[in-house]
Design a protein around this ligand. Sequence first.
Ligand code: GCW
Length: 658
Amino acid sequence: MLVLLLTGWSAAYGEDGSRLWLRLEAAHNTATITGVKGTAMTELQTYWQGGPVVLKRQKGIARDGYTIKSQGEKIVIAAANDAGLLYGAYHLLRLQQCTTQNAQSIKDLDIKEQPAYDLRILNHWDNPNGTVERGFAGRSIFLNPDPERMKMYGRANASIGINGTVLNNVNAKPEALSSESLQKAKSIADQLRPYGIRVYLSINFASPIKVGGLKTADPLNPDVIHWWKDKVNEIYKLIPDFGGFLVKANSEGEPGPQDFGRTHADGANMLAKALQPHKGIVMWRAFVYAPQSPDRANQAYLEFMPLDGQFADNVIIQIKNGPVDFQPREPYSPLFTAMQKTPMMVEFQITQEYLGAANHLVYLAPMWKEFFSFVKPASLRAMAGVANIGDDTNWCGHHFAQANWYAFGRLAWNPELTSKEIAEEWLAQTFSTQSNQNSQSSILNSQLVNVMLDSREACVSYMMPLGIHHIFAGTHHYGPEPWYNPRGVRADWTPPYYHRADSVGLGFDRTMQGSGNVRQYPDELCRLYNDINTCPENLLAWFHHVPWDHRMKSGRTFWDELCHKYDDGVHEARHFLAVWDAMQPYVDSQRFDEVQHKLRIQARDAEWWRDACLLYFQTFSHRPIPQDMEHPVHNLNEMMQFRIPITMYENPEYGYNK
Ligand code: GCW
C-alpha cells in the first residue's frame, strides 16, 4: 500500500495507454466537493487535488455549457444540466493535468464555455460479429461490453464533450434491430447515460423485409410505415433517451428508398416521423455515388440538391468533409455551401483508413481545420466522427491516434480551437509525469507538437501530393497501388479512374471542359479552381489533368515537383522518428518502444509510397527523376507483386518491407 501511495497511480497501472489522456492520479486528500450529486461530483471527489468545489445548477446557461468561477478559496461550477456540470468538472481536471504547478495553485478562474453543436457524435463501424470495418485497433468494444471499459469510454468521451455514439456500422446488418441487439444497446445506453452520452443505431433500410417479413420496404407503404413506428416504440421502451438513426441508403450496395422508386427525402422523412414523437433524429448520409457516374465527385450534389428544403425538421444530412472519400487531401464537399434549406452535419473520419491505418502518426486536427476554413462552423448543425476505437489495450492501435479521438471531441465542442492548442493540451495530459513535469516536459511537448502539426502534410506528401487522390491499395486500402485495376471491379473503385495518368500528364479534369465539378462550388472558387494557373497547387491534380511539363510556382516542372514532394515526405517521416528517438529520456519505456516501432514502419512506408508512385508514374511521364533528390531504392515489379493478406477489419503488421 505504501509503495502504491509513494509511486502513485501511474506506476501501479503501468503506461500502456489504456488510460488515454485521463492519466489522473487519485487524490490523496479528498477535496470537499459539495452541491449537485452525480458523476461530476464523483469524478472530482476521486481526482481533484485542489481546493473546495461547489457544483450548482443555474438557469440561463446554454445546454451543456458551464461557468467555472473562483470565489475566495472555493471554485464554483455552474451549469443548466448534469452534462454541463460534468464538462465543467473535466475542464477543471484538465487544468490540473496541464499545470506544471499543483492544483492548489489554480486560482482566479473565470471561465464560460458552451458547445458549438448540440450533437457531438462518434460513429462506430462495428459489426455484430465483433469486426470493425476500417478498424485498426482490434475488435469491437461493444461485442461483450466490459463494464470497466464502458466506464472508461464514457469518461473519455465526456472529458472532451462527446455526447452521442452510434453503436454499429453504417453498412448495417438487419439484425441490428433484433430484440437481442436492442437488449444489448439498452445495456450500453444504461452504462453510458451517467456520462451524458446517448446511443444511436445505424439501420438497414430493408429491415421491414429482412427482420419484419414484409414484402417491401417502400417508405410510402402503410405497412412499412407501421412497422417502423412499432420498431421505434419498442426501442424507446427500452431506451427512453435513444438518440435516433444513422442511415446509409442507396450507396455501395446498401438498400434504400430508390429501390422502390422513392427519393432520399421520402425515406428519411418516413423514419423521422416515427422518431419525432420521441424527439429522435435521423442522420441521413449523403455518401452516394453510382458505378456508372462519369465523376464520382459530382454525385452527392446531383442527388441531394434537388431535395434541398424537402427534409423533415428532425433530419440532418450527414456529409463527408470531401466529395469523394476521406482522402489525405480533398477540397471540401460543395454540398456544404450549396444546400441552403437543409440542416447539415459533417462526417470526419477519425480512423485512418487512408492515412496509414494505426501504423502512421498523422494528427488530423489540421485537416479538419482546413475544412472549417472553407465551411463556416455555424453553417452546420452537428459533427460526427468515424471512431478509431477498438479493444486494443491502448484503444486506438497507435498511441498518437488517441490524439485524433481527442481532437475530434475538442473541435466538436469548439471548432475555433487551433490544432496547436489541442495538440499541446493532449500532449501535456498524455505524456507528462511527476518526474518530467517541468522543464523536461516542455522539451518533450515543444518537439512533439511540431511533429504532430507537420504530420498530416507530410502524409499528403509521401502518399498523394499535389491533388492526387484514391491511389491506395484495393480492399484493405493500405499502401500504394496506383496500378490497381482488376477486371470486374467497378471503375470508380480503381486508382486509374482518378489519376488518369497518360503521356500528357496526370490528374482528373474537373474543369468546365472536363466533368464540370468546379461548377458545384461558389463562383469565386469555381473560377479559382477552373484555371490551372490559379488553382491552388495542393489541389492541382484534383481539378486538372496537369501536363508533365506544367510550370509550377517553384519554377520546376510538374513532374519534378511531384518527385520532390514525394521525397520531402520521406524525409519528414524519418525526421519524426529522429525527434521521437531523442525523447527516450522523457517517455516511459513501453510507450517509447511502441511508438518507435510504429514510426519506423511509417518511415519505411513513406519510402514505399514514394518509390511505387514515382516509378509507376514514370512509365507515363518518361522523364528522369531529378538528380538533386534521393532515388527509389525499391523495384517497381516487385512492389506490384506485393499484397498484404488482410481484410478491411485489421491493421497491417507492416507494409512493404524488402
Ligand atoms: O470509405 C469507404 C469505406 C467503406 C465505408 C464507406 C462508407 C462503411 O471504404 O468501408 O463503409 O466508405 O463511408 O460508407
